[in-house]
Design a protein around this ligand. Structure first.
Ligand code: NAP
Length: 337
């Protein structure tokens, strides 16, 4: 539990990564009460300088006793680091907010999107988990619809940007694009295939049931955050050659009827959701427009007449902001006494 203080010592584990760097700027933008910012990464980045609050701060190597005196530790350095160091941070007295998938389905760890289930924070025992970025995008739109007419079944196809994989994937897309446009050979390192000018229906490892871990995570995390095991969700996750934001085509079957206009009105009232939906003027959420935004954008809201109570929607979320860094900082804000 956090003790009441005027300012807190905050650590960012993975501070040099795509999410970690965004955390630094979001803490500053939202004027989070930071007395000291501890920037941690691997030995590859030791000594690198990152600006926060007008001062250049040095990145330190993550070690077992990095958390001495730390009040809040924001983890975004992958599951392996979270599994090893999050318990050490908790033992040192910190509250951990983890972006990896390490603890998401752990019964003792609340999985939180503050606009949806902030009450789950009351039960934390030191670690709180962020859902995956595409799950956060989906649930921000699904929650108000579920409350109004009860969601029975959801079919999702995602269009996920390379920043979802991290900084090496951003470099790979840029590098391959430049190489191909200059008629040069490309390097394929991060993904199993070329990502430039290509789409890969493959995010994270495949499981025995033919789904990927990312796809099963979305189904499992949805039920945990929504606190409803009856919601059926099936999903195909696709990596697309876009730098930032994830889009999701979502088909929803509900228990009671909801017209497209009623759905738009309900979505518009949800904090953190922006309805952006006027196809007659070519207005619908685009990866490029949502990049850098805090809200998730929803458009193409329309009835699915092939089932009794069906809706189709199109969602775009900035995966680095609300999909990761912003959600983590919002959790930290809610934890302040
Ligand atoms: P990234 O750009 O590859 O950054 C990874 C960060 O982890 C870097 O700061 C890296 O430090 C650090 N790191 C790696 N190995 C380490 C080690 N052995 N010891 C200490 N630090 C180490 O990845 P990212 O996209 O920011 O993602 C980070 C985490 O957030 C992952 O768990 C990911 O699943 C999760 N997440 C990401 C997104 C997203 O959209 N990107 C969304 C939700 C959740 P160096 O610079 O020293 O290598």
């Amino acid at each position: 539990m956090l003790k009441k203080k005027s300012k807190y010592i905050v650590a960012i584990v993975g501070a040099t990564g795509a999410v970690g760097r965004e955390m630094v700027s979001i803490l500053e933008e939202r004027k989070f009460p930071v007395s000291e910012l501890v920037l941690l990464a691997s030995d590859r980045s030791e000594g690198e300088r990152i600006e926060f609050d007008g001062k250049n701060r040095s990145v330190k190597k993550l070690v077992n006793d990095s958390f001495h005196g730390v009040d809040i530790a924001l983890f975004s350095a992958g599951s392996e680091q979270s599994l090893k160091y999050a318990p050490l941070a908790v033992a040192a007295g910190a509250v951990v907010i983890d972006n990896s998938s390490a603890f998401r389905m752990d019964d003792k760890v609340p999985l939180v999107v503050p606009e949806i289930n902030a009450h789950a924070l009351d039960k934390h025992t030191g670690i709180v988990a962020n859902p995956s970025s595409s799950t956060i995008g989906l649930l921000m739109a699904l929650k108000p619809i579920h409350e109004a007419v009860k969601v029975k079944r959801v079919v999702v196809t995602t269009f996920q940007s390379v920043s979802g994989t991290g900084k090496d994937a951003i470099d790979e897309l840029a590098g391959q694009t430049v190489a191909l446009l200059n008629f040069k050979d490309i390097e394929v390192k991060v993904y199993p295939h070329q990502i430039a000018f290509n789409c890969l229906p493959h995010i994270d490892g495949f499981l025995e049931n033919g789904y990927t871990k990312e796809e099963m995570n979305m189904a499992n995390e949805t039920r945990k955050v929504m606190e409803d095991d009856t919601i059926r969700l099936t999903c195909t996750t696709v990596r697309v050659p876009v730098f930032r934001c994830h889009a999701e085509s979502v088909n929803i079957e509900t228990e009671k009827e909801l017209s497209a206009n009623e759905a738009r009105a309900i979505l518009a009232k949800m904090p953190g959701v922006l309805v952006y939906d006027d196809p007659s003027r070519s207005i619908y959420p685009l990866h490029l427009d949502v990049s850098g935004k805090d809200e998730i954008y929803v458009g193409r809201v329309r009835a699915d007449d092939t089932v009794k109570n069906g809706l189709n929607i199109w969602i775009v979320i900035d995966n680095i902001r609300k999909g990761a860094a912003l959600n983590a900082v919002q959790i930290a804000e809610r934890l302040l006494p």
